[in-house]
Design a protein around this ligand. Sequence first.
Ligand SMILES: Nc1ncnc2c1ncn2[C@@H]1O[C@H](COP(=O)(O)OP(=O)(O)O)[C@@H](O)[C@H]1O
Ligand SMILES: [Mg+2]
Length: 201
Amino acid sequence: MQIKSSDRIFVAGKTGSGKTTLVKKMLFPMYTRRVFWDIKLENSDLAFCCTICTTPDELRSSIKKGKTSILYQPKSLEPFDFNRVCQILYETGNFTLFVDEVSRVCTPSWIEPWHDEIMTRGRGRGVGIVNLTQRPRRCHNTVISEAEHFFIFRLQLETDIAKIKEILPRQWANQVSSLPYHHCIYSDSVGTIKPLAPIRL
Ligand SMILES: Nc1ncnc2c1ncn2[C@@H]1O[C@H](COP(=O)(O)OP(=O)(O)O)[C@@H](O)[C@H]1O
Ligand SMILES: [Mg+2]
């Protein structure tokens, strides 16, 4: 598995399936310039290695001061706030944004403009993104179509599995509803596809 900091990653699975743990324990430590967007305020355990920011202005000034590892816990739940975060990282360049729960900021028919910019043009600025969701059916297609890496955990709803069939070959997608908790299927855009056992905690 070869992941670059400017790549786009999509992580899906029902609540409790192990998404956030995989991202925090395996992916997040691989990056040196990183922002973890934590709308649910569930990831304060990252505070030991991160500067906490709660507004776009704080984020901008922390980056100016040379901070490169940031836990963003938004004061405002408005999608506008998330859009500003995306804009700041896009304009700064060479950052990776982790979005734990992306379906809070997009719908199948709406994606914030700077989120879209990162998805479609982030690579050129060295900006990568890791989008997590428990409801792939509720995500904007760009979040899926532009991704180079997929980590798919257990999912149960038929509509979500139908969405996964657009990503994984049918024989793999059919296994998603019976995946044990903390197991996932990894796939990339160049044809790799394999099961991943739970990471060791
Ligand atoms: N690889 C693992 N080994 C052991 N426990 C795990 C593993 N992955 C997740 N868990 C546990 O399962 C629970 C749910 O994991 P979490 O990553 O929060 O799920 P999600 O983000 O999909 O809702 C947590 O208590 C976590 O500690
Ligand atoms: Mg989670």
